[in-house]
Design a protein around this ligand. Sequence first.
Ligand SMILES: [Zn+2]
Length: 354
Amino acid sequence: MKPFARASGVFSVLIFFLNLLIGCGGTTFQREGTAASATAEKKTESTIPSRKIITTTGMVTDIVRQVVGSYGQVSGLIEAGGDPHLFKPTRGDVKRLYEADIVFYSGLILEGRMSQTFEQLAHAGKPVFAVTERIDRADLRTFSGSPTHPDPHVWMEVAKWSECVQHVAESLAGLDPALALEYHRNAARYLLELNRLEEYTKASIASIPEKHRVLVTAHDAFGYFSQAYGIPVMSVQGISTVAEAGVLDVNRLVDFLVARKLPAIFVESSVNAKNIQAVIEGVASRGVTVRIGGELFSDAMGREGTYEGTYLGMIDHNATTITRALGGTAPAGGLHGKLSGHSLQNVPTEGVTE
Ligand SMILES: [Zn+2]
């Protein structure tokens, strides 16, 4: 799989440079870094104002906060649980966008009803960045029904979202050259955490027995996740991400589940569970049991102030929930033991390992 190999390659190169930046291997870099950092701190106290930054989804808000650290105030427009495909800014939101120093959004027409606003802001001279804009087009998935429209759900693959973190750091550094080193250092620290998350996700999903390594969920947001971590996806609603499958209606999905005896399928926090319920009932009427393996975060993170309300927590939750419900090996508390586990209550206990 070429795109997959390519994304991993980019990730390794990034990590290599970032290791140098945070001083894991290069004393020269470290010395220069310390000097520049002292200068930057001095400047912050006296001349550099705190940047006011407005973002859109929780995932974008989180990575911008990680990179900007204490040098700016970041606030997101779309509340936790909100659907970015449908989000339309109010007049108050537009006012906040115009008052901001910088605007970051996800891009690839995710926030489709905001496109015009972003154009107008850019036209007015506001620094406006799509965090996904530097990702190589060849690395993006497209929907089979609409080949020119890239799949915007890039955050579902940690390595790709890491490229966005790097782009945020570069964009901020371009606007505030005096703080460039600080932004890159913050990004580097965060990227190391993302690297650990990428490895954890890959290993967890790979531990699911092959026969049960299929993700059945409500809508079509998991294409990048599927491609990166090697788990075919079938969605009840929208375009299926199994390349050759096309749209699967409830009956075909029921046939598949009965034949495969998959232990669990999943609901999503921002998508109606009605279709998933219909599938479960259809399977039950044929004498086979399939459970709801948990609630996954697709287009929105968990509640603000919780671990699941961060990008790390969101992906950790998804990887851990999927793995455990399908009989793979992952700790109940996830990568850092921080998962609350509240949505794991429906997970079947057989075949689940601590
Ligand atoms: Zn979506």
